[in-house]
Design a protein around this ligand. Structure first.
Ligand code: SF4
Length: 95
């Protein structure tokens, strides 16, 4: 019979993590921006879009009619997150 191990440091069951806030609408602007930057910084460098390309992608989004409050209304993504991923693509192939 296979031994079942948890995700804790010694293989014990990991403590269940509590979600402090689950809805973006509950984030104040400062928290939202900090969370966004932390997420991007945690992304491994090999998966992150080079800085110049990231800036160019966001400039394209800023000029696009689908952008509304940081969200692409064509696909529903947060453009700053999608643009930060090397594999991220614009649904209209603008970048
Ligand atoms: S991802 Fe593409 S369609 Fe969406 S806002 Fe950016 S440029 Fe526009």
């Amino acid at each position: 019979m296979a031994e079942t191990r948890g995700n804790g440091p010694g293989g014990e069951p990991a403590a269940k993590r509590r979600c402090r806030r689950c809805l973006q609408e509950e984030f104040d602007q400062e928290t939202y921006i900090r969370t966004l930057k932390e997420h991007i910084e945690r992304t491994p460098a090999r998966e992150r879009t080079p800085e110049a390309d990231y800036a160019r992608r966001l400039e394209t989004c800023k000029a696009c009619n689908f952008l509304e409050a940081g969200t692409c209304m064509a696909c529903g993504c947060y453009v700053e997150l999608r643009a930060a991923s090397r594999r991220g693509r614009c649904p209209y192939k603008k970048w």
